[in-house]
Structure formats: structure tokens, C-alpha cells
Design a protein around this ligand. Structure first.
Ligand SMILES: NC(=O)c1ccc[n+]([C@@H]2O[C@H](COP(=O)([O-])OP(=O)(O)OC[C@H]3O[C@@H](n4cnc5c(N)ncnc54)[C@H](OP(=O)(O)O)[C@@H]3O)[C@@H](O)[C@H]2O)c1
Length: 244
């Protein structure tokens, strides 16, 4: 699919990794629907940055933990900007928790935002796009295939997202390609600094964080190759090979 001139919906697209993805698309000439939850100001900044790159951009608010929100979000975008041919599921929550101390609330939040919302968005997207063409990229994490002990619900939600990627790719072919980007450490979690990030990546083969332009190139690779579907592309400097 020629992506230039198409419209993409990026969930959590206003800030941090989501903004990197949004601006990668804008740089490639893709119009962007920038979804946000709470970050209205960041969303407007991202919209302005995208417009400066010469594409159409608009912000859309939705609390994607609510079951009816994903389908409504897609409909809002459709009415305001037209039918998106690209869906990027990036919004997620990342909270600590082990088997012994994960609360029900912790579990439910991860499943609702990280797994159910992408499922409902893909379902609504598939119905809207019909015979295609269409592209979905789910933003996952190396932890999905190399689970440790510290982020139980997060890791399980991302593992589920990889299975969803493969099942949706199978069912929605040949009209819609569905892939995942499994990222390594890109940005330190809120409240942590670059030194934290450097320590985090010390044990990875690459011994370095992932750079924004590397995510951008990987995203465009997945979107521009119609033969690639059901793929999980690790952009993590090898973290999934050694971490535990
Ligand atoms: N940061 C990394 O190094 C890293 C590493 C591996 C994988 N990833 C993956 O990359 C993606 C983005 O990571 P990040 O670090 O940028 O995430 P983040 O800083 O934790 O931001 C979370 C995003 O999710 C949105 N969000 C949170 N609660 C929401 C809700 N109830 N409804 C709708 N949206 C909601 C936020 O939007 P608002 O602020 O507008 O509410 C925000 O855009 C995630 O899928 C994450 O798993 C990131």
C-alpha cells in the first residue's frame, strides 16, 4: 500500500513513544489522527508538529479502558477526517506487579487498555475497511516473549497482543496486514532519568537504548511491505534474547 496521503490513527499518539510514531508517519506524508487520553496539551503540540510537516492532523480524546470507546473513537475519526487505512495501537499502561501482589485493579487496567482496546479497535477497523487495503501495527515489548518477574499483568497483556497480531493477520488476509513492533527500552519511565535507562540496557546484547529514528524506520518498513503480515519485529538491541 502506498502510505503517502493515507490517514493513520495512532492511539496514545500525543506524547513519548506515541509521538515518535505519529511524527514518523507525518514525515512520510501520512495524515494523522492523534488519539490521547489525558494529555490534551501534548496532543495539540503533536498536531502542530505534524501540520508543520505538511499533513492533516487532528486530536481525538478517548478513555480506551471503556469498552465502548474504541469503536466510537474510530467513528469520530472517520467522521472528522475520513476512513483511516492505518491503525497503530500504542496506548498502554506499564505498572509493576508480581504474582503475589498484583491487584485486581492492576490486572484489569492492563487488560482493558493494552489488550482489549487493541482488539476492539482492530475489530472496528476491519469492519470499516472491509476489502482493504489496511494496515495495523501493534506496539508490543520484548518482555512479551521473555517474561521476567516484575510486570506480570503488563507482560501477559503484551503476550496476548502478539497472539492477537497473528490471529488477526491470519483472519484479515489478504485485505489487511497486521504486524507488531516489539520495542526495547526507548525512553525512561516517567520520573526516571537517562541514567536509569542506561542501567536498564546494560545487560542487553546491544548495551544501548533504541533510538527514535530506529522505531520510525521499523514502523515504515512494516507499513510499506504488503508481503509482511503476522510478523513481530523486535527493535530492542537484542533484549529479548537475554533478559529474564
Ligand atoms: N517507553 C519505552 O521505552 C517502551 C519500551 C517498550 C515498549 N513500549 C511500548 O510503547 C508504547 C508507548 O510507550 P510509552 O512509554 O510512550 O507509554 P507511556 O509514556 O506510559 O504513555 C502511555 C500512553 O498511553 C495513553 N493512555 C494511558 N491511559 C490511557 C487511557 N485510559 N485511555 C487512552 N489512552 C491512555 C497515554 O495517553 P495520555 O497521556 O493522553 O493519557 C499515553 O499516550 C506502549 O505500548 C509501551 O508498551 C515502550
Amino acid at each position: 500500500m502506498e502510505i503517502q496521503g493515507q490517514l493513520a490513527l495512532v492511539t496514545g499518539g500525543a506524547r513519548r513513544v506515541g509521538r515518535i510514531l505519529t511524527l514518523a508517519l507525518a514525515r512520510a506524508g501520512v495524515n494523522v489522527a492523534v488519539h490521547y487520553g489525558h494529555s490534551a496539551e501534548a496532543a495539540q503540540e503533536t498536531v502542530a508538529l505534524a501540520r508543520d510537516m505538511g499533513v492533516q492532523a487532528q486530536a481525538f480524546q478517548a478513555d480506551l479502558t471503556q469498552p465502548e470507546a474504541p469503536a466510537r473513537l474510530l467513528e469520530d475519526v472517520r467522521q472528522a477526517m475520513g476512513l483511516p487505512r492505518i491503525l497503530v495501537n500504542s496506548a498502554a499502561v506499564f505498572l509493576p506487579g508480581r504474582v503475589r501482589d498484583t491487584t485486581l485493579d492492576n490486572w484489569e487496567r492492563h487488560m482493558a487498555l493494552n489488550l482489549r482496546a487493541p482488539f476492539l479497535l482492530i475489530q472496528a477497523f476491519a469492519r470499516a475497511v472491509g476489502q482493504g487495503p489496511g494496515k495495523v501495527v501493534n506496539i508490543a515489548d520484548w518482555r512479551a516473549v521473555y517474561p521476567g518477574r516484575h510486570h506480570l499483568a503488563y507482560t501477559i497483556s503484551k503476550a496476548g497482543l502478539l497472539t492477537l497480531t497473528q490471529m488477526a493477520a491470519h483472519e484479515l488476509a489478504p485485505h489487511i496486514q497486521v504486524n507488531a513492533l516489539a520495542l526495547g527500552a526507548v525512553l525512561p519511565p516517567p520520573g526516571k532519568d537517562e541514567a536509569y535507562l542506561e542501567r536498564l540496557v546494560e545487560r542487553t546484547p546491544g548495551r544501548r537504548p533504541v533510538h527514535p529514528e530506529e522505531i520510525a524506520r521499523a514502523l515504515l518498513f512494516l507499513l510499506e511491505n504488503d508481503a509482511v503480515t503476522g510478523e513481530v519485529l523486535f527493535v530492542d538491541a537484542g533484549a529479548h534474547l537475554v533478559h529474564g
